[in-house]
Design a protein around this ligand. Structure first.
Ligand SMILES: *[C@@H]1O[C@H](CO)[C@@H](O)[C@H](O)[C@H]1NC(C)=O
Ligand SMILES: *[C@@H]1O[C@H](CO)[C@@H](O)[C@H](O)[C@H]1NC(C)=O
Ligand SMILES: *[C@@H]1O[C@H](CO)[C@@H](O)[C@H](O)[C@H]1NC(C)=O
Ligand SMILES: *[C@@H]1O[C@H](CO)[C@@H](O)[C@H](O)[C@H]1NC(C)=O
Ligand SMILES: *[C@@H]1O[C@H](CO)[C@@H](O)[C@H](O)[C@H]1NC(C)=O
Ligand SMILES: *[C@@H]1O[C@H](CO)[C@@H](O)[C@H](O)[C@H]1NC(C)=O
Ligand SMILES: *[C@@H]1O[C@H](CO)[C@@H](O)[C@H](O)[C@H]1NC(C)=O
Length: 506
């Protein structure tokens, strides 16, 4: 909205434009799905509607994420202005070679079947009509690096001229690389590819421009895997995210640590549609489906973790009888937690889905449940609210429920009673919001028409961040202040309204 006002300010001597914009806005509000407006808080959405399709040529172009509106000298529009991204052409040892020997990617599993279809895995058809017709794949949770890179190759504002680019993408397969060495390799081996990449990047002309502060990469593994505490062989992970070069970059991953240059982006789900229509069709289906279960849990206990609440949740689920569906990943039944159809079939028939921490704060299941229109129930603000700040609304009560894991641990809270406490109207309103979020948390096969997917939201987040840093530099300020700070959970939660109260969780 502010942008619309600033448009009028720029042309305040042209009353007709004010009137035109007001009229168009009025038409916009009455004729568009209002959720689309709320969805797209970013301003160039308004601008593209006001000035027409961004493919068409308008007399004015809009400078992305800036308060000023400028006209190009020749009157041509460049809808990519401020949105260009340059992708480094890395030597293949940093990406393609990593997946060549796919059997070695994870010591415990064969990842080879998941690499097909640009990291989506094999296509799934639609048994028993659980899913929708098109766009479903058996996607593994660690494939985001391949998926994201492929999507970047199709990014509408990709440029091969780095001096035009607002941000520089480094298509490193960080998680797939370290995943090979997490078990049974010494720290030199675990660190070696990352150390090598840091050197490579710092030697490039693109680095000099902003000392890497316009660079970003993504990791399909959690941030903790790259933050080895010491150089003791027994410590977990690599030190990739602690290398000085990487500390100058923006790091996207499925789960961040407390560092402020890390941003959470959704885990990949099973749905990778090719058109708005496929998304809308699925949303309609999820809006209409009957949900006989009040809540459900899909997962396994953590017997080795004495602070895990999973066992307690599973017991409460069983004690709730028909209200709760328990899908235990430890059971020997035919159904499997690795089978997308079985998992989606549980979530799509439940009103609420329990999403406790597991080995770490987050889980892929959060996004599968949103995809199924099932309201996520969190037990820790680090499971989502402090993670996916570009993708999920700040008002968490609109789309989710938080039950303190402290209360579950001290066994003084009943999940079924708490969830039953929501009125039918409240549940419907939350579900509506969850279903509205579906496009934003999926990785589409390629750019959707009007809907924004998780890739769009992530690249927008990066561009805005780099833009702010660039302005800081232009204003003569030190870009390193606030760029990469530890213990920044509270600042990741800013705007939520309970950031200080939640301090005890971290
Ligand atoms: C890249 O863009 C810059 C800035 O617009 C321009 O000066 C340069 O000629 C371009 N390089 C190539 C190879 O097109
Ligand atoms: C980018 O690609 C275009 C067309 O293929 C080519 O003319 C141009 O020189 C390239 N620019 C750079 C910087 O490689
Ligand atoms: C680490 O392991 C590699 C290969 O397994 C070996 O060549 C190297 O000497 C080891 N380094 C140290 C410091 O142990
Ligand atoms: C990181 O950025 C700062 C400037 O903000 C620069 O002084 C420093 O050399 C950079 N580090 C590396 C490793 O490039
Ligand atoms: C959990 O186990 C650790 C040692 O493994 C112990 O220090 C800690 O006190 C235990 N916590 C609880 C809640 O029992
Ligand atoms: C709710 O769950 C508790 C266990 O937490 C159980 O004792 C109780 O019977 C359940 N109530 C209903 C109505 O299912
Ligand atoms: C459960 O116990 C904790 C203290 O252990 C308390 O802060 C909390 O308010 C209690 N919750 C309920 C629902 O009684």
């Amino acid at each position: 909205m502010e942008k619309v006002i600033s448009i009028t300010r720029c042309h305040n001597n042209q009353l007709w434009l004010v009137l035109l914009v007001s009229f168009l806005l009025f038409v916009l509000f009455i004729s568009f799905d209002s959720s689309a407006l709320i969805r797209d808080q970013n301003n160039w959405y308004f601008s593209t509607i006001i000035y027409g399709d961004h493919k068409s040529s308008a007399n004015t172009y809009v400078k992305y994420s800036n308060d000023d509106y400028e006209e190009t000298e020749d009157g041509n529009s460049d809808s990519c202005f401020g949105r260009y991204i340059y992708m480094h052409d890395l030597p293949s040892r940093f990406n393609d070679d990593v997946i060549k020997n796919c059997r070695s990617l994870v010591k415990w599993f064969d990842m080879c079947p998941y690499l097909v279809n640009e990291g989506f895995g094999s296509q799934i058809h639609n048994p028993m009509n659980v899913l929708s017709k098109n766009g479903w794949f058996a996607t593994n949770q660690f494939m985001l690096e391949i998926i994201f890179r492929d999507r970047m190759k199709k990014y509408e504002c990709l440029t091969n001229n780095s001096s035009l680019a607002s941000a520089i993408f480094v298509p490193f397969y960080a998680g797939l690389d370290v995943g090979r060495y997490l078990w049974g390799y010494n720290i030199t081996v675990r660190d070696s590819v990352g150390v090598d990449l840091a050197k490579w990047l710092a030697s490039k002309p693109e680095w000099k421009r902003m000392s890497g502060r316009d660079h970003f990469f993504i990791s399909g593994r959690i941030g903790w895997d790259f933050h080895r505490q010491t150089s003791n062989e027994g410590d977990w992970g690599s030190k990739l995210m602690k290398l000085p070069e990487f500390m100058n970059m923006t790091m996207l991953s499925i789960e961040t640590t407390s560092w402020s240059n890390e941003f959470g982006i959704p885990y990949p789900t099973y749905f990778h549609p090719s058109s708005d229509h496929e998304v809308l069709e699925w949303q309609t289906k999820m809006r209409r489906i009957k949900r006989p279960y009040l809540f459900s849990f899909v997962g396994a206990p953590r017997p080795g973790k004495n602070d895990s609440i999973r066992e307690e949740l599973m017991e409460q689920c069983i004690a709730s009888g028909k209200k709760c569906q328990l899908f235990s990943c430890f059971s020997s039944s035919q159904k499997s937690c690795d089978n997308p159809v079985d998992v989606m079939n549980v979530f799509r028939r439940s009103a609420f889905c329990l999403q406790p921490s597991g080995d770490s704060f987050t889980r892929r299941s959060i996004f599968d449940s949103i995809l199924a229109g099932c309201i996520p129930v969190f037990f820790h603000p680090g499971s989502a609210y402090a993670q996916y700040i570009w993708h999920l609304p700040k008002d968490y009560t609109k789309y989710s429920v938080l039950i303190s894991e402290f209360d579950v641990r001290s066994r003084n809270i009943s999940i079924n009673e708490t969830l039953k406490g929501f009125s039918k109207k409240q549940v419907l309103s939350m579900r509506k919001e969850v279903i509205r979020l579906i496009p934003n948390i999926i990785y589409a096969k390629s750019k959707l028409e009007d809907l924004e997917d998780a890739f769009d939201m992530a690249s927008k987040g990066v561009l805005e961040r780099v833009d702010n840093i660039r302005r800081k530099i232009e204003d003569g300020k030190d870009p390193s202040i606030g760029f990469a700070e530890e213990n920044s959970w509270v600042s990741k939660l800013i705007g939520i309204g309970r950031e200080n109260e939640w301090d005890r969780f971290f």
